[in-house]
Ligand binder design. Structure first.
Ligand code: GMT
Length: 376
């Protein structure tokens, strides 16, 4: 099949999922066209992969550049000249409405382009439900040829926040477990935990929804009980504030900010515990990536996290903001070598349930079904 993929090209989970999906489909022989405003950070060269940049001109009349219209025109162009069979848009805003517009323009020329919309999280739980977006999101979800959500929790939220009548199918996020290292790298451990401390890691885009201050709070309690170090990977609006909190308190030496990394899993694989303290999280791809490295997870019990991190198996869950409970959970996993090993194995086993080999055919079947409606 010739498949167009639209996503945010940044470090965010939706962009990572879209990119890895495209790469895996290309590997299976499909022809993939990425259509985004920048080259997706995880995109690698492949003979079946093409990248089309959406360039918005800087006309002085526009205070706000009409990105969605330029994207629509690019979608029409690529659909026609690359002969797309199907378009897959990740994150509803503004990709689903741009896809619908492109579909209408092509229809006027007698061409039919089905499109699949994948909902990822804040497009539904935060941004999308805002009245300034809601009618457009509802409409473009209704008009998509198929809509998927990355967790059961996100599917429920979609029906709660939108007056939607159509079916939403859950296709969870995935990892290619075999591509992850399951053994710590001695060189990295020597660098980050030179005295044999326990290594805790957090990866995010440092937005308020991630509550990174709780990772730091949890870590400080943990570090009072066992020698540990904390690695914070990623960057975003909250980073400066969190760094300031760390600098103004004791124990700052044990916390290291590593910034944005293209392959954070290379560091994660050498850590002992992953922490995710989000307020809301439709899935928690970073937690799944940690689990694919055999790293257990302490997380909040919000949104789709309990579908990914199984309490007592791959890690432990606690309420949002309950820093004491998180620290107690971290301690119970890390202070006992037997328990730690059991959680490591549980994490890897749970990650295998989300393996690419299981999830990829579900997307392929979905594409086939929407393409079949065109030919019918
Ligand atoms: O919705 C967002 O916050 C952005 C999005 C992204 O692009 O990073 O994250 C969401 O999608 C990821 C991939 O499906 C999920 O793993 C994240 O849990 C989800 N984030 C939230 O729900 C806060």
């Amino acid at each position: 099949m010739r498949i167009g993929i639209v996503c945010y090209p940044t470090f965010g989970g939706s962009g990572v999922v879209a990119t890895e999906l495209g790469m895996a489909l290309a590997e299976k022989g499909h022809i993939i066209h990425f259509i985004t405003y920048d080259r997706p950070v995880r995109l690698r060269d492949h003979p079946n992969v093409f990248y089309h940049e959406v360039r918005v001109s800087d006309y002085p009349l526009f205070d706000y550049q009409p990105y969605e219209l330029v994207l629509t025109s690019k979608l029409v162009d690529v659909a026609k000249f690359a002969g797309l069979d199907v378009l897959h848009v990740h994150y509803a805003i503004p990709h689903a409405s741009a896809a619908w517009m492109a579909q209408r323009i092509l229809a006027a020329e007698g061409l039919r382009l089905p499109f699949v919309t994948t909902l990822h999280g804040t497009d539904i739980t935060l941004v999308g439900r805002d009245p300034s977006f809601e009618p457009v999101i509802t409409f473009s979800m209704e008009r998509s040829d198929a809509v998927t959500a990355v967790s059961e929790s996100l599917k429920r939220d979609t029906y709660t926040h939108f007056p939607l009548k159509r079916e939403v199918q859950v296709i969870p996020n995935f990892v290619c477990v075999d591509q992850y290292s399951h053994v710590p790298d001695t060189g990295l451990r020597a660098r980050y935990a030179p005295n044999g401390e326990r290594l805790v890691v957090h990866v995010s885009n440092f937005r308020p929804v991630k509550r990174v201050q709780d990772v730091v709070g949890m870590f400080k309690l943990l570090n009072q009980r066992i020698p540990a170090r904390l690695l914070l990977i990623g960057d975003g609006p909250e980073r400066q504030r969190i760094e300031t909190i760390c600098r103004q308190s004791s124990g700052c030496d044990a916390i290291q900010f590593l910034g944005k990394m293209t392959r954070p899993e290379e560091v994660m694989a050498s850590c002992d515990l992953f922490a995710l303290t989000s307020d809301s999280e439709s899935f928690g791809l970073a937690a799944l990536e940690a689990m694919a490295c055999g790293v257990p997870v302490v997380s909040t019990d919000t949104g789709g996290l309990p579908e990914v991190n199984i309490h007592g198996v791959s890690g432990l869950l606690s309420g949002v903001g309950d820093v004491e409970a998180m620290a107690a959970n971290a301690l119970s996993i890390l202070s006992d070598e037997v328990a730690h090993q059991r959680y490591r194995e549980g994490a890897l086993e749970q990650a295998r349930r989300f393996d690419l080999q299981i999830v990829l055919p579900r997307y392929e079947r979905l594409y086939e079904s929407v393409v079949a409606t065109v030919k019918a």
